[in-house]
Design a protein around this ligand. Structure first.
Ligand SMILES: Nc1ncnc2c1ncn2[C@@H]1O[C@H](COP(=O)(O)OP(=O)(O)O)[C@@H](O)[C@H]1O
Ligand SMILES: [Mg+2]
Length: 336
């Protein structure tokens, strides 16, 4: 593995607030890694330490195998995009994109060539002479991406770049950013608090909680094999079932909704519980069933919708079942 970025026991406090606990992280060349976590979990702090915009209290930052803890931001070869991407309003799109190259005193002909290519890459070849205010939000975001990528940084850090956009535009931009990632071959660190966005975009997800890494893994590892109650609850819906007597009280058993079946007459499963159906919602491809166990626990089951299947009614007694292999044992303790 060719390590592009490395954090070694990096920590940061603001007075009494531990924004980042001692944290180590290796990011391979070309990876799309997402920092996912609730507000205040330390995502932006981690990103800003990498960018050199915030000094860490302890630990080391390595970029391309070089110790870079004290390297100034502009010497780190890093491109940055934040939620408020602030294009220069009085410069045209082409001038905005050219700006970082002019700062680097690149020859005019080379600048024009690169700007034209970046406009192609972000699929806006016609708008070079427009002002930012003459573009839609999504187009402005693409220009911001072009401006940050034009000098070919091998690392791009993005802090909630789609936070201000509406749902439809976010979906389009997610696809766009994935495509640009492939095209440019850059290593991308992407921050979001939106679990679906993290799942859709990432090679790996670094789940953050309370200033530390809760779990690091591929989207499917985090979803199917969460290592803590926090991870199970933050990504997707988690059904928790009371532990068997031989387990300690803090251990819990977690089953995802799509792994719980409403059993037909006589149908068996490794684990079967009786419940009362409270609600069924048909969502198109899927139907979601909400059931209450005798213990008062609520369980959510999701199945493919079936037009011909027996309809379920609120108040109906049902048997819910799942395979043992689909149940995940979790400790209430931190996964770290
Ligand atoms: N400049 C700052 N001064 C004081 N506290 C800060 C500062 N930046 C961040 N914090 C605190 O550090 C913690 C982590 O913040 P942050 O990294 O911004 O989280 P996130 O990006 O995950 O929402 C929060 O408790 C936040 O209030
Ligand atoms: Mg933040």
């Amino acid at each position: 593995m060719n390590t592009k970025l490395r954090l070694d026991q990096v920590a940061k406090s603001y007075g009494p607030v531990r924004a980042l606990r001692p944290t180590s992280l290796d990011v391979p060349q070309g990876e799309f890694l997402t920092l996912l976590g609730p507000s205040g979990s330390g995502k932006s702090t981690l990103l800003q330490i990498l960018a050199g915009l915030t000094a860490c209290d302890q630990g080391e930052v390595w970029i391309d195998g070089r110790r870079s803890t004290d390297t100034p931001p502009h010497d780190r070869g890093i491109g940055l995009i934040f939620q408020n991407y602030a294009l220069f309003p009085h410069l045209t799109v082409a001038q905005n994109i050219a700006f970082p190259l002019e700062m680097r005193k690149m020859p005019r002909a080379e600048i024009d060539k690169r700007v034209a290519r970046m406009l192609e890459v972000v699929q806006l070849p016609q708008v070079g002479n427009r002002l930012p205010r003459e573009l839609s939000g999504g187009q402005q975001q693409r220009v911001a991406f072009a401006r940050c990528s034009v000098y070919e940084p091998s690392i791009i850090l993005m802090d909630e770049p789609l936070g201000a956009l509406d749902k439809r535009l976010r979906d389009d931009m997610q696809t766009e950013i994935r495509r640009l990632h492939k095209e440019l071959g850059a290593t991308i660190l992407y921050v979001t608090h939106d679990q679906e966005e993290a799942m859709a975009m990432s090679d790996r997800i670094c789940l953050m909680n309370d200033g530390g890494i809760e779990q690091l893994g591929t989207p499917s590892e985090i979803y199917f094999r969460p290592r803590s109650v926090f991870a199970a609850e933050f990504v997707g819906h988690a059904n928790f079932v009371k532990p068997a007597p031989e387990l300690t009280a803090s251990d819990r058993c977690m089953v995802r909704p799509e792994n719980i079946r409403i059993l037909k007459e006589g149908e068996q499963a490794d684990t079967v519980v009786e419940a009362t159906l409270e609600d069924t919602v048909m969502l198109g491809a899927f139907s979601r069933h909400i059931a209450r166990l005798a213990t008062g626990e609520r369980m959510v089951a999701v199945n493919w919708s079936d037009e011909k299947g027996a309809p379920h009614h609120p108040g109906e007694r049902v048997r819910l079942g799942w395979d043992g292999a689909k149940a995940v044992m979790l400790s209430a303790e931190r996964g770290r």
